[in-house]
Design a protein around this ligand. Structure first.
Ligand code: FES
Length: 162
């Protein structure tokens, strides 16, 4: 659906009724408005707190990770086959996927490829590409915000405090 919006606000009109139930317009708004914008994240009551960003809209499984006085936001999805890594607030040393044992440091780096020695050796696994997606996070007073716009994977931090 294409919407025509006059640059002169005095000629503003209501959206056509179809705009409120068009799935492609809904998805475009999610992608272009909500994905790059800041969203309120749960206050991290534990060192690692899983949450879903905008349930029913983005449905993005994320983790707020507190390390010292820094907040980090990571994807909560295993880079192997997409299992959710953490289901409740906790204080782990690492994040271990319960499906096949891939483990990640709390900065997102993959540190263990598999847990069972009997597993055949994996080939052609790039540890940097297998890191959990790292997202922007920021703290404003006691509130934490994150944006699902992925910026990089791996350990580099671009957290901001206001
Ligand atoms: S899905 Fe996580 S290790 Fe396979």
């Amino acid at each position: 659906m294409r919407l025509e919006i006059d640059a002169d606000i005095r000629r503003a009109e209501s959206l056509p009724g179809a705009a409120y139930c068009d799935p492609s317009l809904h998805q475009a708004i999610l992608d272009r408005v909500f994905v790059p914008s800041w969203q309120l994240a749960p206050e991290p009551t534990h060192p690692v707190v899983p949450f879903v960003l905008l349930p029913g809209a983005l449905d993005e499984p994320l983790l707020m990770v507190r390390r010292g006085d820094q907040l980090h936001c990571l994807s909560n999805v295993c880079t192997h086959r997409g299992a959710v890594l953490c289901e409740r607030a906790c204080d782990p040393q690492t994040l271990r996927c319960r499906y096949h044992g891939r483990s990640f440091a709390l900065d997102g780096r993959m540190i263990v490829l598999r847990s069972r020695p009997s597993s055949p050796p994996a080939v052609d696994v790039d540890r940097e590409e297998s890191a959990i997606i790292y997202l922007i996070s920021a703290a404003l007073c006691s509130a934490a915000f994150s944006t699902p716009a992925a910026v990089q994977s791996g350990a580099e931090s671009i957290d901001r405090s206001f």
